[in-house]
Design a protein around this ligand. Structure first.
Ligand code: C2E
Ligand code: MG
Ligand code: MG
Ligand code: MG
Length: 290
């Protein structure tokens, strides 16, 4: 009991500070949209059968006026708790649609995937009609986007949510299950909801080395996904060896620092033009996306 009391006294000032910092972050976050402090970076997703960039993932960045870059891992959860994620999600979508309207002229096959939060679906925060009209006005087909959802959303089997995900597919957009393997869902959920891509979480790649058990695990996930007609994207690929193993076990796409970090649009255009750095001087797949 004594210990408990001490602990209580010890933690209080700390918790107060934390709560204060949180309130600060919330009020800063409210200003960030109007003050244009957000940017979207794009990270290439490489088709392992050709070596070409065929897709990109859009990742939000917050350039805070005094704190510098704040990681989405820090502010997305707060945006979710406060509901601000709905507005932020709309902004990211419009930003991506606008970029696509410029890029698709030259790269008509390019697909950009964007992260969506369960909160957006639960509060009917995604205005599908508005989104599709926006794409139409931009001259971008719905098939140029893919929405990434997280496993937690699949556990929620309410038809309201399933229907919202279905609306993307009906419009021709892709649906990707992000961070696969980190949550509680199993392969059986995959067969319940039609999805196009499975993104295997970075944690699985960390010990991907020849002879390691994770190779068998990766292979099993890929085989099952393929049986369900789902393509597999490996997240967090950092080494040539990982890339080689992924190809050997039949993985379809890879994304990671080996190819490029997430970059601003101008730099992504250069990647589309010249190919990811690692290919530039080697076995260059000369034409991207054609
Ligand atoms: P995620 O969707 O799983 O995105 C992949 C994360 O892995 C990104 O972190 C990316 O920069 C990082 N990454 C990519 N390749 C590598 C690699 O080779 N090694 C390592 N160590 N990391 C790699 P980031 O950009 O910090 O984003 C973190 C998370 O924040 C995302 O995870 C996603 O869940 C969320 N997020 C980012 N942008 C948005 C957004 O616009 N909306 C929503 N709702 N969530 C977002
Ligand atoms: Mg993602
Ligand atoms: Mg991911
Ligand atoms: Mg991940």
């Amino acid at each position: 009991k004594n210990l408990g009391r001490n602990r209580f006294h010890y933690f209080t000032p700390c918790m107060q500070k934390e709560a204060q910092a949180r309130r600060r972050l919330i009020s800063d976050l409210r200003l960030a949209l109007a003050d244009r402090q957000f940017r979207v970076q794009y990270q290439p997703i490489v088709d392992l059968s050709t070596g070409a960039i065929s897709k990109a993932e859009a990742l939000i960045r917050w350039q805070h006026p005094t704190r510098g870059m704040v990681s989405p891992a820090e502010f997305i959860p707060i945006a979710e708790e406060t509901g601000l994620i709905v507005e932020i999600g709309d902004w990211v979508f419009r930003e991506v649609a606008w970029q696509l309207s410029r890029w698709r002229e030259r790269y008509p096959q390019l697909v950009v995937s964007l992260n969506t939060s369960p909160v957006q679906y639960r509060n009917s925060g995604i205005d599908h009609h508005g989104w599709f009209r926006y794409l139409h006005d931009m001259g971008v087909p719905a098939s140029a986007i893919s929405v990434e959802i997280t496993e937690g959303l699949l556990l929620d089997t309410s038809t309201a949510i399933t229907n919202q995900i279905l609306r993307f597919r009906e419009a021709g957009a892709g649906v990707a299950l992000d961070d696969f393997g980190t949550g509680y869902s199993s392969m059986s959920y995959l067969s319940k909801l039609d999805i196009d891509y499975l993104k295997i979480d970075r944690s699985f790649i960390l010990d991907l080395a020849p002879e390691s058990e994770s190779v068998a695990l990766y292979e099993a996930m890929i085989v099952m996904a393929h049986k369900l007609g789902i393509k597999v994207i490996a997240e967090g690929v950092e080494t040539e060896e990982q890339c080689r193993i992924l190809k050997a076990v039949g993985c379809d796409y890879a994304q990671g620092y080996l190819f490029s970090r997430p970059v601003l649009p101008e730099e992504f255009e250069a990647l589309l033009r010249d190919g990811p750095a690692r290919y530039r001087d080697s076995v260059a797949p000369a034409s991207m996306l054609n």
